[in-house]
Write a protein that binds this ligand. Sequence first.
Ligand SMILES: C[S@@+](CC[C@H](N)C(=O)[O-])C[C@H]1O[C@@H](n2cnc3c(N)ncnc32)[C@H](O)[C@@H]1O
Length: 280
Amino acid sequence: MEDAMDATSETSEDAFHAFEHAGWEAVPRRYDESFAALTVQSIEPLLGAAEVRDGMRVLDIATGPGYAAAAAARRGAGVVGLDFSAAMVVEARRQHPTLDFREGDAEELPFADDSFHAVVMNFGLLHLPRPERAVREAHRVLRPRGRFGFTVWAPPEQAIGFGLVLRAIQRHGDMSVPLPPGPPFFRFSDSGECMRVLQDAGFESPRVDLVPQVWRLRSPEALFEIMLHSTVRTAALLGAQTPDALDAVRRELRDASAACRNGDAIELAMPSVLASAMKG
Ligand SMILES: C[S@@+](CC[C@H](N)C(=O)[O-])C[C@H]1O[C@@H](n2cnc3c(N)ncnc32)[C@H](O)[C@@H]1O
């Protein structure tokens, strides 16, 4: 994804934001059906890193269908889930009708300074045109000594589902098709980059861990179908390939997935990178 998805300029940030927004508005149910069982695997480590406990006020940014918000509520926290997609907020409210979900932007949080004991963002940062701004916002709304934690995908050599897709496009298609340019998809897969962005925002004692996750897919065709229909940037990259290239990518992903069969499921390693730090 690095070629087609890099090199953000000042003028392109709004276009990237609009591109991501339109994408997420279209996918809530499909995202829920395909990614929920995977991204929830990071939630307990994430809430642990943010030290979410009973009685705390917690913000879940880029909440999607509300998985982390619901898990924080189960720990006894008072939770707000925030997402910039109205359709995601509808899905989150449908799944968790008793929780508080709001529409809003990670880069401009609609909350006063020092409002939360803990802030989390599960697989949100890699979708933002200005991630530094979002990390500064998380810092602003946290109370002193409060903790912020976020997850992103591990690099494609480790997050095999992405690695297989990128390799197939490199072999059969074109990585340089025009897409709204955004920050590199795997920028925060690098622990040094996580540390730097946290420290630059004023956070203290950052740490970064790898969370092992396994994606269990029902069929060898599922990886291609999910990437094409339930993601935003990866779907756009696939959708911009020629029909012949796309067919070749589909075949390669089917064969590569079939080689990862374990019993009645296809199992792909999809670890996440978990970064966290404290507001001093
Ligand atoms: C990969 S999903 C993650 C959803 C959920 N947190 C999970 O664990 O599966 C990314 C979410 O980020 C949201 N998002 C992307 N950009 C955002 C922004 N600028 N502000 C708020 N939410 C945003 C999307 O609407 C989407 O729901």
